[in-house]
Design a protein around this ligand. Structure first.
Ligand SMILES: Nc1ncnc2c1ncn2[C@@H]1O[C@H](COP(=O)(O)OP(=O)(O)OP(=O)(O)O)[C@@H](O)[C@H]1O
Ligand SMILES: O=P(O)(O)OC[C@H]1O[C@H](OP(=O)(O)OP(=O)(O)O)[C@H](O)[C@@H]1O
Length: 214
């Protein structure tokens, strides 16, 4: 039986990722093992799970250090790694939006500054619109940028809208909807085809049973 390595994201997608794999009997109780261990071996199924930063998942998969991985569509669109996106897992739903101060929605500034954790997505969005902007890359707390004069708008993720609201911001435009995706290394799809396809099939059945919508 081919050995398979799966890169799972630490952070907010972690729990549902564990659940979706556990639910189809692919592994047993890995949640109990997470602690600070970054490598989990499932003996019974000859499966390795590695726990990595969400934005590193496509890197592990592209390079074949993992055969499969779970990450947000936002990360895939930002990084454009060379791997197959095979399944929408249905959880981790959120929206990528342009947002800014409540009272400035109708200010049509040229050359505005855009703060974001997603510079490639922001650049492509404004390029398509034919607007010239300055992209300012941040690593978090992006909603702060317009409050302190670092930028006029932000391109960021919204789920409940609480963070925007609590910082006096509002959605100006929606760019796309995101959810967690299953991705596969291109070579593994061929060389470990039987096992990879079996895992995709099992996960697809679990997802279609509606257990993981959120
Ligand atoms: N507020 C949110 N609600 C729902 N899903 C979200 C939210 N924020 C992010 N996500 C989704 O979850 C994924 C992981 O987010 P998480 O906050 O765990 O990591 P991160 O801090 O963005 O990652 P990194 O540490 O690699 O920068 C995102 O790529 C996105 O798809
Ligand atoms: O609409 P909401 O439900 O409020 O969620 C949106 C917030 O969640 C994410 O931030 P995260 O918690 O990952 O923090 P960070 O980006 O500042 O690290 C995102 O960047 C928003 O700030």
């Amino acid at each position: 039986m081919d050995s398979i390595t799966v890169a799972l994201p630490k952070g907010r997608l972690a729990e549902k990722s564990f659940e979706v794999f556990a639910s189809c009997g692919i592994t047993t109780n890995i949640q109990n093992e997470i602690s600070r261990k970054l490598f989990i071996y499932d003996n019974e199924n000859n499966l390795n799970f590695i726990l990595v930063k969400p934005s590193d998942v496509p890197t592990y998969v592209e390079h074949g250090a993992a055969d499969l991985g779970v990450c947000g569509k936002d990360v895939l669109l930002e990084l454009k790694r060379d791997c197959y996106e095979v399944l929408d897992l249905g959880f981790g739903r959120c929206k990528m939006v342009v947002a800014g101060p409540l009272n400035k929605k109708d200010n049509f500034l040229s050359n505005k500054r855009v703060a974001t954790k997603f510079p490639a997505i922001a650049e492509e969005f404004y390029k398509k619109k034919g607007e010239n902007v300055e992209i300012i890359k941040l690593n978090g707390s992006v909603e702060l940028a317009p409050l302190v004069g670092l930028s006029e708008v932000i391109v960021d993720i919204v789920e409940t809208g609480t963070t925007l609201k609590e910082n006096g911001l509002t959605v100006y435009e929606e760019i796309f909807s995101s959810s967690a995706r299953l991705i596969v290394n291109k070579a593994s799809m061929k060389t470990k085809s039987e096992r990879v396809k079996e895992i995709i099939y099992k996960l697809k059945s679990a997802v279609e049973s509606d257990m993981f919508k959120a």
